[in-house]
Ligand binder design. Structure first.
Ligand SMILES: NC(=O)c1ccc[n+]([C@@H]2O[C@H](COP(=O)([O-])OP(=O)(O)OC[C@H]3O[C@@H](n4cnc5c(N)ncnc54)[C@H](O)[C@@H]3O)[C@@H](O)[C@H]2O)c1
Ligand SMILES: [Zn+2]
Length: 307
């Protein structure tokens, strides 16, 4: 993921291009007449704020310095700091629930969902709704841990248990209750005294373990990017839900769609880097917008609910 410094500086929130009902009519009709299946959906942090997972750039976002891959690799103390904060933040992140936006989207038969989020909430919603639309977590997922030496993969809950065994007194030492703390977007918490936290190395090869997420300064794995590109190439248009598009790895899908003269729909309540490329722009809350889209689709064109 490439880092762009303050790419939204000076941008103001645009106004809506059309009433939401009219935009939803376009979504139901499809980008090329094929209905909701025509659309690939790109989601960002704004999708999950109503699940209690904060975003980076919304109006209430607390300014913070997200972890970069360079910082993580630079020193064992940095890894202890990251893992301590992440260990404390995980129970709350793990317990977050999909909101009506995730659930509504899982009811819609779209071409695919590409998410920049690492919270796993689209997957939880898809499991609840029995959705068959593919979901690609472009920036990885906090519920997996990867060994940087040889790619061994571990379940996050297992790593969490091992870390708890290695650090039995840590929570008490720093005076924190893991269930009650304020979690940051990337699942960590504010914590100062972390140098005594014992980090787990790969049990297979002693390699460095890292949550399987793409940090700032890191790049999206090629196979994942190819899968996302394939869905975008096959889709007839793109819908962005709750993303500032500040991160290039998301913005490039919007640029590619615009370049191919495919319609671009953006639903986000703040300014985005893709605003000038949008054919339709809503500044509504994602949750309500998606809920209305899912409801309109069930309702059908004549406004009658199915018997
Ligand atoms: N939930 C997560 O997993 C999570 C959370 C924060 C950040 N991140 C990571 O950081 C990067 C942040 O970029 P981003 O573009 O996804 O997020 P961002 O924070 O840059 O932008 C979110 C945008 O959504 C808007 N928004 C917030 N809640 C909304 C709502 N309910 N309805 C409508 N709009 C809403 C905000 O005003 C803001 O414009 C991502 O690439 C991601 O990897 C992940
Ligand atoms: Zn390993």
């Amino acid at each position: 993921m490439a880092v762009i410094f303050d790419p939204l500086r000076g941008r103001t929130r645009p106004s809506a291009s059309n009433p939401d009902e009219d935009i939803i009519d376009e979504l139901i009709a499809g980008a090329a007449g094929g209905g909701t299946e025509d659309w690939v959906v790109l989601t960002g942090a704004g999708m999950s704020t109503d699940s209690g997972v904060p975003d980076y750039r919304g109006p209430d976002a607390v300014p913070r310095q997200p972890m970069t891959i360079q910082t993580f690799m630079s020193h064992p103390d940095q890894r202890a700091r990251y893992w301590a904060r992440s260990w404390v933040g995980w129970p709350r992140m793990r317990g977050s629930r999909p909101n009506a936006g995730h659930l509504g989207l899982a009811q819609l038969p779209v071409a695919g969902v590409i998410t920049q989020n690492v919270d796993g909430l689209h997957q939880k919603a898809a499991a609840e709704e029995g959705s068959s639309s593919p979901v690609i977590d472009l920036h990885g997922s906090l519920d997996r841990v990867i060994c940087l030496a040889r790619g061994h993969m571990f379940d996050r809950d297992w790593v969490q248990r091992r870390l708890s065994e290695l650090n039995p007194d840590f929570a008490e030492l720093v005076g924190i209750d893991p269930i009650d703390v304020e979690t940051a977007p990337d699942g960590d918490v504010d914590l100062e005294e972390t140098q005594d936290f014992k980090v787990l190395d790969c049990p297979e090869c002693d390699g460095i373990l890292k949550p399987d997420v793409v940090y700032f300064g890191d790049s999206v794995p090629a196979s994942r990017l190819q899968a996302a590109n394939r869905i975008c190439d096959e889709a007839e248009g793109i819908v962005v839900l709750g993303s500032s598009l500040a991160v290039l790895s998301g913005l490039r899908f919007v640029r590619a769609a615009a370049k191919a003269s495919k319609p671009v729909v953006i639903v986000t309540d703040g300014p985005t880097r893709g605003d000038e490329l949008a054919d339709y722009r809503s500044i509504s809350r994602v949750t309500e917008f998606v809920d209305a889209w899912a409801f309109r689709r069930i309702q059908g064109d004549d406004g009658k609910l199915p018997l």
